[in-house]
Design a protein around this ligand. Structure first.
Ligand SMILES: [Fe+2]
Length: 327
C-alpha cells in the first residue's frame, strides 16, 4: 500500500532558480536563503521518498490564457523544463510516475474533483525551484515527481477549502494504490508577495508566520481564509498559499512539525518553508499499521470504477493517461 509520509511547503521564487543557475548561492544575499534549506536537503536525503507529488502553479509556460485548468495532473512519463524566456533551466528533466498519477486521476475524479489530465507538459520554475531547494542540483532527480498544477494566476483560483479537500481526496487515492510506495507531497509558492502596483514588495511576516502555525496545528482554520483576505494581507500573489492546503489536506490531521524556516526578502517575496511528517502508527512487528477503510466506501468506489487503460500495462500514450481514446 502506498502512503504519504510527509508534506513540505516551499517557495518557488524564480530568482532563487536564477541564483542557482548563475552560481550565486554563496553571495551573502542568497546564502541567507539557501542556508535555510540545508537541513531540508538532509531531511529529504534521509526520507528517501519513492515519489514526490509536487503542487505548484504554471506561470504561462505550459498553459497560456487560452486554456486555464483549475487543477491539472501530470500523468506523463516525463516533463521537460520549460523555456521561460531565456532558455530552459539547466536542470534534469522530471520523470513522472504515470501509473500512480493515473490511479490518482481515477480515484479523485470519481470522488467528484474534475481534474484536467495532462499527458504532455513542460514544467517551469514553479516546480523546478522547489526540487532544487529540497534535492540540491543532482544530475538526475532522485525520484519520480507527479506535477499537480493549480491555477492561481487568473481569476478565479480555487478556494483554500477546495484545495484542502482535494488534498484529502489525493490522500485517499494514494492509500488505495497497492504498491508499497512512500510519498512526499510538496506545496509550493507563497508566502506574502505582490509583484506589481503601488503595494509591490509587500511583506506581512505576521500573517505568514501565523499561516505556518496554522499549517502545523490548525489547518482547518486556514481553509476559511477568503481570496480577498489573502490578497489584502499577503499581496496579490500571496494567493499562491492556497496550494499549500492541498499538501496539508493530504496529510493526517495530527502531524509532527520537524522543521521551519522563514526569511525576507528573496526577490520581492517572503520565503516560508515547513516540513510536516505524518505520525506513523506501527504494528507490533514494527511495520506501518494498515489504514482502515470503511467497507461500504470501498464497495461504492469499486462499483463506480470503470476499467481504464493503465499506463503500467501500456494503455497510455507516452506513458500518460488516455481515457476514451479512439486510436
Ligand atoms: Fe509563482
Amino acid at each position: 500500500m502506498a502512503r504519504i509520509i510527509a508534506g513540505v511547503s516551499s517557495s518557488h521564487v524564480p530568482a532563487i532558480g536564477a541564483a542557482i543557475d548563475l552560481k550565486k548561492t554563496e553571495e551573502p544575499y542568497w546564502k541567507r536563503v539557501f542556508s535555510g534549506f540545508e537541513k531540508s536537503k538532509e531531511w529529504m536525503a534521509n526520507a528517501k521518498p519513492d515519489i514526490v507529488i509536487a503542487v505548484y502553479n504554471d506561470h504561462a509556460s505550459a498553459f497560456s490564457v487560452e486554456l486555464i485548468p483549475t487543477f491539472a495532473l501530470g500523468c506523463a512519463a516525463e516533463f521537460p523544463p520549460a523555456d521561460e524566456g531565456w532558455g530552459p533551466r539547466p536542470v534534469p528533466g522530471v520523470k513522472g510516475h504515470p501509473a500512480l498519477a493515473s490511479h490518482i486521476a481515477q480515484s479523485v475524479i470519481l470522488d467528484e474533483f474534475d481534474l484536467t489530465i495532462v499527458n504532455k507538459m513542460e514544467v517551469d520554475h514553479g516546480l523546478t525551484v522547489p526540487l532544487n531547494l529540497m534535492f540540491g542540483s543532482p544530475a538526475q532527480w532522485p525520484c519520480p515527481v507527479i506535477p499537480l498544477a493549480v491555477n492561481v494566476v487568473m481569476y478565479p483560483p480555487p478556494t483554500g477549502h477546495r484545495c484542502y479537500m482535494l488534498g484529502r481526496a489525493i490522500r485517499k487515492a494514494v492509500r488505495s494504490y497497492p504498491e508499497d510506495l512512500r510519498v512526499v507531497v510538496m506545496g509550493t509558492g507563497g508566502m506574502s508577495h505582490q509583484i506589481s502596483g503601488p503595494r509591490a514588495g509587500l511583506i506581512n511576516s505576521k500573517f505568514d508566520k501565523a499561516y505556518l502555525d496554522g499549517l502545523s496545528r490548525d489547518p482547518k482554520k486556514l481553509t476559511r481564509i477568503s481570496h480577498m483576505e489573502f490578497m489584502r494581507e499577503a499581496g496579490a500573489e500571496g494567493i499562491e498559499m492556497v496550494m499549500w492546503l492541498i499538501m496539508r489536506g493530504a496529510l493526517d490531521d495530527k502531524v509532527k512539525e520537524v522543521y521551519r524556516f522563514y526569511t525576507v526578502p528573496a526577490s520581492n517575496t517572503a520565503v516560508g518553508h515547513i516540513i510536516l511528517e505524518n505520525i506513523e502508527r506501527k504494528t507490533k512487528a514494527g511495520r506501518p499499521a494498515p489504514v482502515r477503510q470503511s467497507p461500504s466506501k470501498g464497495r461504492r468506489a469499486a462499483a463506480h470504477a470503470p476499467s481504464l487503460p493503465s499506463p503500467a500495462s501500456g494503455g497510455g500514450r507516452g506513458g500518460g493517461l488516455v481515457v476514451g481514446s479512439k486510436r
